[in-house]
Design a protein around this ligand. Structure first.
Ligand code: ZN
Length: 203
């Protein structure tokens, strides 16, 4: 029995969101990649979806969110939910091996000049690994090209850039069927070697 609670209770699209979430979980392409015990947990865990003005947070002991305003059409919204529930399936999967503490480590192991950057790399690689696995089913919200583009665009906000060598690391994540959290952390460390702080402007 799926228990899905939407907050606030009077959210206007409550019914539709609940039924979309149920069908996304039931048809999720990654469900077959985990043990029946993990599938069981996925089907039985209480899901709390918190709607704020711009964000929908899905709480399952972890917080996930997507922006419903950005995804007006149903097809896109569904794809975003497929992506978000892939994060949840990975988290529930003991073979993936994530825990909150190690997630914090991903924050800590960054070079000083990019305090938030290392975490951004970690999220980008995990996202890429997820959408790569969803691609065969056509349920990935972003293509490989979009992932790379967004990653390089986002990197600029941290006062530097990554050289094109990182593209091969992203390709590896995209094509992998079976990465663990620790392997993702290693890919992040690899990426960080190719960080170039912006050259100071000549005066
Ligand atoms: Zn994601």
């Amino acid at each position: 029995m799926m228990r899905i609670q939407i907050i606030p209770k009077d959210y206007s699209n409550s019914k539709e969101l609940t039924s979309t979430i149920k069908s996304v979980i039931k048809q999720h392409p990654l469900r077959n990649s985990v043990t029946s015990a993990v599938q069981e947990r996925l089907l039985n865990m209480p899901i709390v979806v918190e709607i704020s003005n711009y964000l929908v947070n899905i709480c399952l002991g972890v917080r996930l969110h997507f922006d419903p305003m950005m995804y007006q059409d149903k097809g896109k919204r569904e794809k975003v939910l497929f992506h978000e529930f892939a994060h949840i399936i990975d988290r529930l999967n003991p073979d993936f091996g994530i825990d909150c503490q190690s997630e914090d480590e991903a924050r800590i192991m960054q070079p000083k000049q990019m305090t938030e950057g290392g975490f951004m790399v970690y999220q980008s690689i995990w996202n890429c690994y997820i959408d790569g696995r969803l691609e065969q089913s056509g349920q990935n919200p972003r293509s490989f090209k979009q992932h790379l583009q967004e990653f390089h665009d986002c990197s600029k906000h941290f006062g530097g850039y990554f050289t094109k060598e990182v593209n091969a690391i992203f390709e590896k994540a995209w094509n992998s069927k079976n990465l663990s959290f620790n392997e993702i952390v290693n890919l992040v460390k690899n990426c960080l070697q190719y960080w170039q702080p912006e050259k100071p402007k000549e005066t």
